[in-house]
Write a protein that binds this ligand. Structure first.
Ligand code: NDP
Ligand code: OXD
Length: 300
């Protein structure tokens, strides 16, 4: 039986678990964990977060590339030979985790957690007006796999959600200007970089909340600080920052109306992630289109 070799470059513990799964569950696939790559001429598939510089030049028989995350902005697309299909990770674990994170962030802003945390520190017991979710309009920038899953869950909680995407008919201005909480779940591309900037914040209703679960590059950090200082933005929940980890001494650390999580909105889950990767390799072996195929010109 012919063996198809998948080379994995990423978090080692996950790689070892994936290699075990592939060895036990498949007869025709082998997953090698970088840097124990063996003969590189045998590698047919690369599953990577950030491959080492120059790796593509050493893989003469590579047939396809898979991002081990939902995003592909961490990859240097220009370094990947143009004839190779590139797919992002689509797996239910990412969707479930990110949906829960976005709900957490929207609920925290809607139910005034920033103000209550400040009150608690000051030992103040004071009720703020209690409004139902129906009174809090959520704007979703990006309505792909993850944006639409989060929007569905928020709708289920009673929030009116309006989405904006490249192909939607509604305008960016119309969505943002009617968002009490604005959520970014866009991929980072040349078109979306810096989309959360002073111009966007000025469109929001005064005191709106901002949630960024996309990438740090979507946010102009100085503009957020200015908008928080003026009261135009009430509070922000950020899972991603321009530099990760957030550098020591960065103004976000101590900001009382910025709530940070360290890029944990979703993490590719070990079991569901490998099942999705194997299924995609099998699609390629059958000559079918890959799930999550990236359009390199669009950048996502
Ligand atoms: P998809 O490719 O499924 O969806 C992307 C969405 O963004 C689509 O609705 C697309 O529009 C829209 N979009 C892209 N470019 C533009 C543009 N220039 N203007 C307007 N809309 C645009 O991606 P996913 O939903 O799977 O993932 C989105 C991002 O979430 C990832 O790229 C990653 O950066 C981030 N992410 C963050 C995680 C975290 O832990 N914080 C975890 C996983 C992902 P259209 O529908 O018209 O194509
Ligand atoms: C991803 C991420 O892209 O974890 O999957 O951000």
């Amino acid at each position: 039986l012919r063996r198809h070799v998948v080379l994995y470059v990423g978090a080692e513990a996950r790689g070892r678990a994936w290699a075990r799964f592939v060895a036990e569950e498949t007869g025709d696939l082998e997953l090698r964990v970088w840097p124990e790559a063996g003969d590189l001429a045998e590698v047919a598939y690369l599953a990577a977060w950030i491959p080492p510089a120059g790796l593509f030049g050493k893989l003469p028989n590579l047939k396809a590339v898979f991002s081990v995350g939902a995003g592909v902005d961490q990859l240097d697309l220009a370094a990947i030979p143009a004839h190779l299909p590139l797919a992002r990770m689509i797996e239910p674990g990412i969707e479930a985790c990110l949906t829960a994170w976005v709900c957490m962030a929207v609920l925290a802003l809607h139910r005034d957690l920033p103000a209550y945390v400040a009150q608690q520190r000051a030992e103040v017991w004071r009720a703020l007006p209690v409004r139902p979710p129906a009174a809090c309009r959520v704007g979703m920038l990006g309505t792909g796999r993850l944006g639409s899953a989060a929007a569905k869950a928020l709708t289920g909680l009673g929030f009116p959600v309006r989405g904006w995407s490249r192909s939607s008919e509604v305008s960016f201005e119309a969505v943002v200007s009617a968002s009490d909480v604005l959520v970014c779940l866009l991929p980072l591309t040349a078109q979306t970089r810096g989309i959360l900037d002073a111009r966007t914040f000025a469109l929001l209703p005064r005191g709106a909340g901002v949630v960024n679960a996309g990438r740090g590059g979507h946010l102009v950090e100085a503009d957020l600080r200015a908008a928080l200082a003026s009261g135009q933005v009430g509070a922000a929940v950020l899972d991603v920052t321009a530099e990760e980890p957030l550098p020591a001494g960065h103004a976000f650390w101590g900001h009382e109306r910025i709530f940070l999580t360290p890029h944990v909105g979703a993490v590719t889950q070990t079991e569901t992630g490998i099942a999705a990767l194997v299924a995609n390799v099998r699609r390629h072996l059958r000559g079918e289109a890959l799930e999550g195929l990236v359009d390199r010109d669009r950048g996502y």
